[in-house]
Structure formats: structure tokens, C-alpha cells
Design a protein. Structure first.
Lengths: 696, 696
């Protein structure tokens, strides 16, 4: 019995991953049976697909240079005895699978956009089915590939190389660094692309030329739709792959430290597999009658996610008992699951126009752009208070129910990591409800550009706005799990330092030790720098788009009368070039800073840095996401007819707010989630270097 | 010899404070000899004075209710043995002197505004002399009253009550809480007033009605000028009183812990007295020829501040050696002094339109309000990196040169506190160069409203813009010293807990202890909440002003033709009421949170909270101040004729940026400086309560 748990239970993970991938494949085949619609729709969809493919191809070729460079660096470090030889390979695999998750998601999304638009001609429900299926392919590909990566490496290390259990987790942590690096490139690059195109298209098209959104006369309109795919889909795919894998392996690693046995490693892996089954069951429940209202659709989606969560909440109890022989850790998992739901609800409260904060924000548009900006920033900052209390409570509960004490925190830290796994266990379905939004958005663009009946556009808009609500829940999970996983990784880093030092490292990190404190200050500063750099990049890229769009409006004769076609490709190309150029600096800052601080201040400074970055990063991510979300919805609320509706001065002010919010919520905010984990991952990989060579 | 140092050296402080107060009185008398100008100018100045007096009177009456309540609470705690009986009285004195500093500064500023305007009729140099003298009165009153408070309490406790040295510093720390509470009320209330009036006047007057700034037809124009006095003068006075006193007493307290002797307490006090002499010498050098250019004026001001700094840098060496018998602490003082200057330079670089960042920011105005907002936020966030490195280096240098070690940090922490004292030692003159700005601003308003020659307005504008540059330096000192003092206060808090526990408290605050960590998260969140609340307050108050100004424009017949006078008093009254109402919640949050967290998580949670709040507060204060400063100067840069100048679309976008920046730089940003210290002060006062009664 013990033997089964210790040795063979992780095979369950492999089975789970294969089920997820088969389910994704099966769903993808189902989507392909739908019609792509008329010729015009097919043509537009093909242009978007072409642009997105071209972007990803160039992104991957740039990123592969980085990976090749890092591979060499890691090999040199391995040759010097600072790493094991598994690390360079694990690093590359993590990056590869993370990129692959994004690629598959993007591929299916670009194949589903016109199909969704076409299905919306029949009914809202049919549109939902196609779009949600596309989201499901993405969701299950992410979790499937994540678990595949984890289980194959596990089997290799355990049964082929026959490593002891602590070296297994140690090697596996390093493919987290590959996944995180890839995710950051994808999120930042895609985020800059999508927002540069969006802002550029809006500023000249909507504000200056006065043509509607997604108007085919706008030269940046295809770039805008490509952006949805490379940013909101491919970027999100890579991002959540990283979150998922990160939470599972950090929990596994801490479990091994706490128990010294395989079984503690098995729990998070089997939990993840169980989550896949729960997600599949949940996703079968997402269906509704042909004539469903929007409210009924939302109910259908919620039924899916809620059922999955309940299944996990129920089954995790016997599972935990079976594997660990005690139920106490179950409450850590449950705390994580509940915290994720609550943060999602808080996000929804602060950003949805059905609640007071966003309604109040829309009021401030009556006195102009300045007051809605002040109002939105204030709303976002204030909205940090609820999630911080929820996460704080979750940390304390997870730590203490798992038997953590100040002098012996290992079990408690394992509990915190399990909370993150609990939060992300239903990722398959929560990601599906999140990822279908951009597909619906694209479908709306195609409906508009191909001149379909306005009713179709209304339906895609309904799907899109539904997606905003479910995305809020998704964001809650992403941000909450990022904070918990980051903390688990800090604990893993400390364990790593301990191993590297042969157990002689001093493991106290007193906050009043000036080295720790200065590390904390620098760490807290990193999300600010990172947000500044990414926003600046969006600004620069957007300005180049603005200039190009203005040029086309001026130079292409007959464009505004619909007699000539704009040069869509040049805008796509411009966005591609500028976003790829701009994604490099922020990512390098994220990778170099923890190494530099480590070489200067030593590993205690690094722990300070990681804690500071986690605290301030969590706050900044929530602030920026929620400000952006609220501005977006305040604008939509006004467009629904409040305060004078579209075209009123209030609406113009709200558009300024929304434009400011774009890079907040879709570039800087989500990237910070990755940043705080990547910092820890990098620190873990370079732990031996920092421990052996540092100044102070 | 030892005996002299131990017992009588602090009397030097009393002498220093009396010299400062006499100098202030003497300078005030000199100002009063200048003419107030013609009848119209006198009348306007009188209205401003009346409004400012009325505001302060009501502010103090509200604040006194709070002080009375807290006095009772502290008396009850003293009766329960949780405090000594000195605390309630020390608390009230701190508040009283802090308020008095603001009051005197405001009084002299409102007496100098028309005199400055009138002096500007003759020459720029004469205008500078009057305005700078007004600033000097404020600067020397703040330092004089600060040292008076410190030395009188010291003499009382030492020679009348004959307390042992550690109980003296412990009691003195608590009048810091009084000073900080008062400062927060003054900064927040005044900050809301000034920005509500400013934003309200600009939005309706400049943007909607299209009349120039300070136009007498604008009903909010007097309120705007009153705001400069109650916010930028009275608020700043109370704020810097608190910084100054806080740094000296926290250094004294840590010195006593480190050395166990009076001499370590004497050093910061005598340093402060020395700084007064250095500042007086420096201020005599602020004079220039009658026909000086603006550049020469700036040189004259810099000559004054630089000379004072050099005098301190030179004399602190023998002084430190004389008092402590070693020079090592001198380098901590020097590190603080240099760090203050460098942060000021960094602030100037990021916010002055003579450097690239602000010039680049003004470029973003060409693509509209959204891009200049994104650009300004990004600039402010990025600008945090340099100060954080400077303060980090200063902390490490001050700690290690003073002989601090991880296992015995007391001397190192004393070094950090001395660095703050070094930074603030020349406050007399740096505050003078900072506080003269609002006087010049008011003078400009009076020149405009009383229809003086445009040349006069140009001169007051030159003075005002000069003030912006010197204010940047002042801000560097204020923010840098706030971070260092806050850290010193955290150390004092830990010492206090140690005393309260009878030496049995565990003094390790490991960052991975979940209690410390959750405290850190909550602490890091506080500046976000605080900024949100204060910005929201400005927004609400400004909206009420907007409505009132619009009402007057509509209802008062002949107002726009200059045939009827607006009802200035109603706007002043409205700002007074709304700002006083709005200042209460943020202040209560600041006071209640550390107590609540302490009762819940215990003193370890409080230490985490204080560290988190210091790190994120430092970042937020710099971010908000610099974003605001850069927007302001980008607008002025465009007004100087770039990108189409006044009235262009770029200018309109820049006005939106400036309006957003107003609460950033003048309400939320500077209040956070006070917040981070007040949190520690409150924690110190309630240490015994928290130690004896807490949940976890």
C-alpha cells in the first residue's frame, strides 16, 4: 500500500494528462465541423490567422535565441558543478511546453472565430457552444501538457535515472523557470501587441476619424483582432501553463521537504489529475436551451465551474486522507479553493457595472477625463484591500491547519502550496470560461467587418460581455494562486540554499536585518519598474501604430468612402516588430535583477527581494487589473445609454479611461503575476552561484 | 567632561531653538515693513487670509475633539498601567506644536503674498527677498518649535521628574504620535482643500468657461489661493515639524538603546541645533544683484542650501568625535546628507522640463489625454528605482559603518536614525526654499486678480517655477528621511515591545513566519488604501466645487462680463466643509489599522505591517509625487510654446494630466510620508496593549 502510493500514484497524473489531451483533441474536432461562414468571413479569419501565425513564428524565433543562450549558460554552470545536468534540459522543456500551450490555444482560437460568428447567425446558444469549445481546447491543452511535462519528467528521473526524491523535485523546479520565462515573453510581447493595436486603432479610428469599432476601413482593425489572439489567447495560455505547473511542482517540492517521502509529492499531482476529471464533468454541464437569455447562459457557465469546484471540494477529502493518512491538509486545499472563488467575487464586485463601484466611476465621467482617471486609479487601489485580507487569511489557515509552527514551518509551507494547487485544480474549466472571451471578441470583429446582420454583432457582444464576468473569476484564481505559489517558491528557494550549503546556511531572515530589508525594498520596487516598462512599451508601440494609421488615412485615396482597402498587413507587421522589440527589456530586468541582487547582497537579500516583490506585485497586479476592468465596464455602461450614451462628453471621457486601462489590465497587470514567480524560479536555479559568490 | 556631555549638552538644543525662533521673529518683522500694495491687493489678500484663518480655526476645532478623545483613551490606558502618565500629555504637546508650526507658517504666508506681489512691481530680486523671507519664517519656526518641544520635555523629565534615560526617550517618542496625528490631519485636510479648489476652479473656469487661471470672475479663485496656504503651507509646516521631531527623537531613543548613555541621545539633538546655525548662515547668502536673471536667482538659492549642507558636513565630524569619542557614526550622518541631496537631484531629473523624461512626457500629449496619462504613470513608477537604490545604499552604509551586525543591530540602527537626522539637519533652509513657492504662487494670483502689469505676473511666475525646482530638492529630503525615520521607529517599536515584556519578548521577525508575512502584506496594502481614500476625497470635494462654480456662472447675472462679483466665500466654505469631512476617514484608518492588526496578529504581525508599509509607502510616495510633478511641468513646458502652446490639443491633454497629478503630488503622495511614521508611532504607544492582549 505505502509502496503503491510512493511509487506508482504519480502515474495517475500521466493518465489524467492523456485524458485532458484526448478531450481537447475531441473538442477541437467537433469545432472543425462547424462552418466557417461565407467567403468574406473566411477571408478575414484567414488574415487574422496569418497575422497571428506570423507573429508567433517570429516571437518563438526570438525567444529561442534567448533559450539557446540560457541553455549554454546553464550548461556552463552545470560543468562548474553549480547545477545538475538535468537543469538545462528541464529548463528548455518547460519553455517548450509553455510555448506549445499558447500556440495550440491561439491556433484553435483563430480557427474558431469565424465559426463562432457564423454560429451566432443561428442563435446565441450555438455561438456560446462554439466559443466555449474553443476555450475548452485551450484549457485542457494547458492542463494536459502541464501534467504531461510533470509526469514524464517524474518517470524519467525516478525510474530511468533513479534519483532520490529530493533531487527529483529539485530538478523539476527548474523547468518551472523555463515555463515562467516563456510565459513572461508571451504575456509581455502579446500584451504589448494587442494593446498597441487596440489603442492605435481606437485613437485614430474611433476618436479622430469617428468611425465605429472594428470598422473595415480602419487599417489597424486586423492587427487589433490578431492582438486578441496573440495576447489574450497565446499569452494567457503560456501564463496559465506556468501558474499550473508552478503550483504543482512547488507543492511537490515542499511536500518532500516536509515529509521526506514520495507520498507528499504525489498529493498535488493526483489532485491536479482529479481536477481534470472534475473539469471535464463540469464542462458537459455548460449547455442550455436554444432560446436562452444572457442570464441563463451565465448560469450555464457558472453551473459548470461550480460543479467542478464542488467535486474537487468533496473528493479532495478522501484523497488527502488516503495519500497522507490525515485530513488536516485537506483544509488547506479547501481554503485555497474558497479563497480563489472569493477573490473572483471581489474582482467582479469592483469591476462589473452591476455593482456600485463601477457605476460610481461612470458618474465621474460627467466632469471629464481627469476625474474618471482619478476615480479609476482610486477604485483600483482601494480594491486591493479585500483580496489582501482573503489571501492573508488563506495563508494563516493553510499554514496552521497543516501543522506549521514558527520553529518548524515545513508542513505549514506545504499547506500554503497545497492551497495554491486547490485554487488552480479546476483550471481546465475556469480557463475555458476565460479563454472563450477573446474568441467571441474576434467573432464580433468578423461579424462587423463582413457586414453581417447587426443582430449577430449583438449576440457576439453578449458573449463577449459574459466573458468579462467569467474572466473576472479567472483573474481571481490567477492572481491569488500567483501570490501563494510565489510564497511556496520562496520557501523552495530557502530549501535549495540549504541544500547547496550542505545544510550549513543560516535560515533566519529577520526583517530588521538590513540586508533582508534592502532586498525587500528593491523587490517591492520591481513590480513598479516592470509596470512602467511595459506601459511605456505599449505607449511607444501604440504611437507608431497611430502614425501609420494616420498616414494610411491620408495617403490611400478613397479609403474613407470604402472604395479602397487599407494596408492591414503593414499594421500587423508594425505591431509585431515593435512588440517583439519591446518585450525584451522587461524580461531581462526580471531575470537579471535577482541574480544581481544575489551576487551583491547574498541569499538573504534575495529572500527579502522575493518577499517584497510578492507583496507589492500582488497589490500592483490587482490594482492595475481592477482599475482597467472598471474603466472598461464604465465605458460599456455609458454606451448602454447612461449619462448621454455613445458620443456624449461623458462617453469621450470614459474612452480615455478605457484607453489608459488597456495596458493596465492586459499588459502590465497580468505580467506581474508571472514576474513574481519567475523571480523565485531564477533565484532557485542560480542559488548555488549566489551562495558561493557574493559580495556582502 | 563625560558629565558635561551626559547632562548638560542637550541644553545646547534649547539655545538652538531659541536662536531659530528669534531669527524667525526678526525675519517676520522685516517682512512686515514691506508695503501690502494698493487697496485692491490688500482687499484680496485680506479675503485669502480670512478664508485661511476660518479653515484652520475649524480644522483645529475638529482635530481638538480627536485629541481630547485620544487623551482620554491614553489616560485610561495609563490608569490600567499600560502607559506612563507622561504619555497623554506628551501626545497633546506634540499635536499642539505641530499645529502651531502650521499656523505660524500660514499666518506669515498670508501676510506676505500681497507684499511679494507688490515687491515684484519693483524687481524680481525684491520679490524673491520677500517670498524667501516668508519661507524662512516658516522654516525656522518649524525647527525652532521642534527643538523647543524636545528640549523642554527633556529638561522636565531629566531634571524635574528625574527619570532614567531610557524612560525619557520612551516618553518623548509618544509626543511624536501627537505630532504625526496632527500632521496627517493637516496634510490630508489641507491637501484635499487645495486640490478640490484647484481642480474645481480649473475644470469649470479654464476648461469649460475658457477664462484664464486666477481670473477674478472665477468663483473658486479665492478658494484656490486659500488652498495654497492651508495645504501647501500649513499642511507642509505640520508635516515637516513631524519629520524633524520624529527623526531626532527616534535617533535619541535608539542611541540610548545602543549606548545606554545620555551622550548618544545628545548627538542628534546637538546636530539639530548645529543645523539651525548652518541654516541661518546659509540663508544670509541668499541674495543677488537687483537685475539678476532667473538662473542667477536659482544660483543664489542653491548657494544658501549648499553652504548649509557643507557646514554641517564639516562640523559634524568633530562634533561626533567630541560626543561619542569615535568618528564612525559621522559617516552615517554624511551618508544621510548625501542621500538626501541625491534623491532631490533624482526627483529634479524626473520632474523638471529641462531633462528628457518630462520633455518626452510632453511629446505624448500629441496623441491625446490617454497617452499622457499612461506616460506620466509610467514615468512616476520608473522614477522609484533611483531613490530606492540610494536609500538602500544609505541604509547599508549607515548600518555597517556604525558597527551594526545581524546579531547585535543596535548600533547599526542608531546609525540609520542618525542618517535621517543628517538628512534633515538643514531643514531650516531647505524648508525656506520650499515654502516660499506657495507664497509666490499666491502673489501671482493677487497680481492677476488686481490687474497689475503683466510683467509683474511674469516675475511671480518666474519665482513660482523657481520654487518648483527647489521644491523637488525639498521633496527628496522629506521622502528619504521619512523612510529612514520610519525604519528607526520600527526599531524603537521592537525595543518598546522588549521593555513592555520585561525583556522576554522574542525579537526575531523572520520574513517566512506567516504572521510577519501577513502583517507585511497588510502593511504594503495600507498606502494603496490611503492613496485611494485621499484621491477619492479630492474627487468628491472637487465635484462639489464644480457644481457650485457652474451654479454661480449660471445664476449670477453679469458675472462673465465683470459686472457682478462672484460669491467667493461660498466656495471657500464649501471646500472647508468637504475637506474637513473627508480628512477624518483616512486618518482613522491610519490610526486604527496597526492597533487592530496588533490585537489580531500580535506584535510580530505589527512589525511585518510596519516594514511592509514603509517599503510600499516609500514607493507610492515617490511614484505619486513624481508623476504629479512631471505632469505639472509637462503642461508648463507646453505653455512655453512647445507642441502648439496654450490652447492647442496637446495643451488640453496636458491639462488633463496636470489635473490627475494634482491630488497625486499634493494630497496623497506627501500624506503617505506621514502615514508610514504615524503607523509606527501608534504601534509604540499601544505596544503594551497589543503585547498583553492579542489573538494569535
Amino acid at each position: 500500500m505505502e509502496n503503491i502510493i510512493n511509487n506508482y500514484l504519480p502515474f495517475v497524473t500521466l493518465v489524467g494528462s492523456v485524458i485532458a489531451l484526448i478531450f481537447a483533441l475531441f473538442t477541437a474536432k467537433k469545432i472543425m465541423k462547424y462552418s466557417e461562414g461565407n467567403e468574406k468571413m473566411q477571408k478575414i479569419s484567414a488574415s487574422i490567422r496569418k497575422g497571428a501565425n506570423a507573429y508567433l513564428k517570429r516571437q518563438y524565433s526570438i525567444v529561442s535565441v534567448f533559450f539557446a543562450f540560457m541553455f549554454v549558460v546553464l550548461c556552463v554552470m552545470a560543468a562548474c558543478g553549480l547545477l545538475t545536468w538535468f537543469v538545462p534540459f528541464a529548463f528548455v522543456t518547460g519553455g517548450f511546453f509553455s510555448g506549445l500551450s499558447g500556440f495550440v490555444g491561439m491556433k484553435i482560437a483563430t480557427l474558431s472565430n469565424s465559426r463562432t460568428a457564423n454560429a451566432c447567425i443561428s442563435s446565441l446558444n450555438k455561438g456560446l457552444r462554439v466559443a466555449f469549445s474553443a476555450g475548452s481546447v485551450m484549457g485542457f491543452t494547458v492542463v494536459g501538457l502541464g501534467l504531461l511535462d510533470i509526469s514524464v519528467w517524474f518517470i524519467l528521473l525516478k525510474f530511468v535515472f533513479k534519483l532520490p526524491v529530493d533531487e527529483i523535485t529539485s530538478a523539476m523546479l527548474t523547468f518551472g523557470m523555463g515555463a515562467s520565462s516563456m510565459a513572461l515573453f508571451a504575456r509581455v510581447g502579446g500584451g504589448i501587441f494587442t494593446k498597441a493595436a487596440d489603442v492605435g486603432a481606437d485613437l485614430v479610428g474611433k476618436v479622430e476619424a469617428g468611425i465605429p469599432e472594428d470598422d473595415p476601413r480602419n487599417p489597424a482593425v486586423i492587427a487589433d483582432n490578431v492582438g486578441d489572439n496573440v495576447g489574450d489567447v497565446a499569452g494567457m495560455g503560456a501564463d496559465l501553463y506556468e501558474s499550473y505547473v508552478g503550483s504543482v511542482i512547488s507543492a511537490s517540492a515542499l511536500g518532500v521537504t516536509a515529509f521526506g517521502e514520495m507520498k507528499a509529492m504525489a498529493l498535488p499531482m493526483v489532485m491536479a489529475a482529479l481536477g481534470i476529471i472534475a473539469s471535464i464533468i463540469g464542462s458537459f454541464l455548460v449547455r442550455t436551451s436554444e432560446k436562452a437569455s444572457q442570464k441563463q447562459l451565465l448560469k450555464a457557465l457558472s453551473r459548470g465551474t461550480n460543479t467542478s469546484a464542488i467535486i474537487i471540494a468533496v473528493l479532495a477529502l478522501p484523497l488527502t486522507y488516503y495519500i497522507l493518512g490525515t485530513v488536516r491538509y485537506y483544509f488547506a486545499i479547501l481554503a485555497g479553493l474558497v479563497a480563489g472563488v472569493l477573490i473572483g467575487k471581489a474582482t467582479e464586485y469592483f469591476t462589473s457595472d452591476t455593482y456600485r463601484p463601477t457605476k460610481k466611476l461612470s458618474d465621474t465621467s460627467k466632469t471629464g477625463a481627469a476625474t474618471i482617471i482619478i476615480g479609476g486609479i482610486s477604485l483600483g487601489m482601494l480594491s486591493t484591500v479585500v483580496p489582501i485580507i482573503i489571501v492573508g487569511a488563506c495563508i494563516l489557515i493553510a499554514f496552521f491547519v497543516s501543522g506549521g509552527t514558527v520553529s518548524n514551518p515545513d508542513h505549514g509551507l506545504y499547506g500554503i502550496a497545497l492551497a495554491a494547487v486547490g485554487m488552480l485544480s479546476t483550471l481546465g474549466i475556469t480557463l475555458a470560461t476565460d479563454a472563450y472571451g477573446p474568441v467571441a471578441d474576434n467573432a464580433g470583429g468578423i461579424a462587423e467587418m463582413s457586414g453581417l446582420d447587426p443582430e449577430v454583432r449583438e449576440r457576439t457582444d453578449a458573449l463577449d460581455s459574459l466573458g468579462n464576468t467569467t474572466a473576472a473569476t479567472g483573474k481571481g484564481f490567477a492572481i491569488g494562486s500567483a501570490a501563494l505559489t510565489a510564497l511556496a517558491l520562496v520557501a523552495s528557494y530557502i530549501n535549495k540554499v540549504n541544500t547547496v550549503s550542505g545544510g550549513s546556511a543560516d535560515k533566519s531572515f529577520d526583517i530588521m536585518n538590513p540586508i533582508v530589508l534592502v532586498g525587500l525594498f528593491i523587490g517591492a520596487c520591481l513590480p513598479f519598474i516592470f509596470a512602467a516598462l511595459t506601459m511605456d512599451s505599449v505607449g511607444k508601440a501604440a504611437q507608431s501604430v497611430v502614425i501609420e494609421v494616420r498616414r494610411q488615412f491620408k495617403e490611400i485615396v478613397g479609403l474613407m468612402d470604402g472604395k479602397a482597402e487599407p494596408d492591414y498587413a503593414s499594421c500587423v507587421d508594425l505591431c509585431t516588430r515593435s512588440s517583439l522589440k519591446e518585450m525584451i527589456l522587461p524580461t531581462i530586468v526580471a531575470i537579471v535583477t535577482p541574480i544581481a541582487v544575489g551576487l551583491l547582497l547574498g541569499y538573504k537579500g534575495v529572500v527579502g527581494l522575493l518577499a517584497g516583490a510578492t507583496a507589492s506585485g500582488f497589490l500592483m497586479a490587482i490594482f492595475m487589473s481592477n482599475s482597467g476592468g472598471a474603466w472598461d465596464n464604465a465605458k460599456k455602461y455609458i454606451e448602454s445609454g447612461v449619462h448621454g450614451g455613445k458620443g456624449s462628453d461623458a462617453h469621450k471621457a470614459a474612452v480615455v479611461g478605457d484607453t489608459v486601462g488597456d495596458p493596465f489590465k492586459d499588459t502590465s497587470g497580468p505580467s506581474i503575476n508571472i514576474l513574481i514567480k519567475l523571480l523565485s524560479m531564477v533565484s532557485i536555479v542560480f542559488a548555488a552561484l549566489v551562495y558561493n559568490f557574493h559580495l556582502l
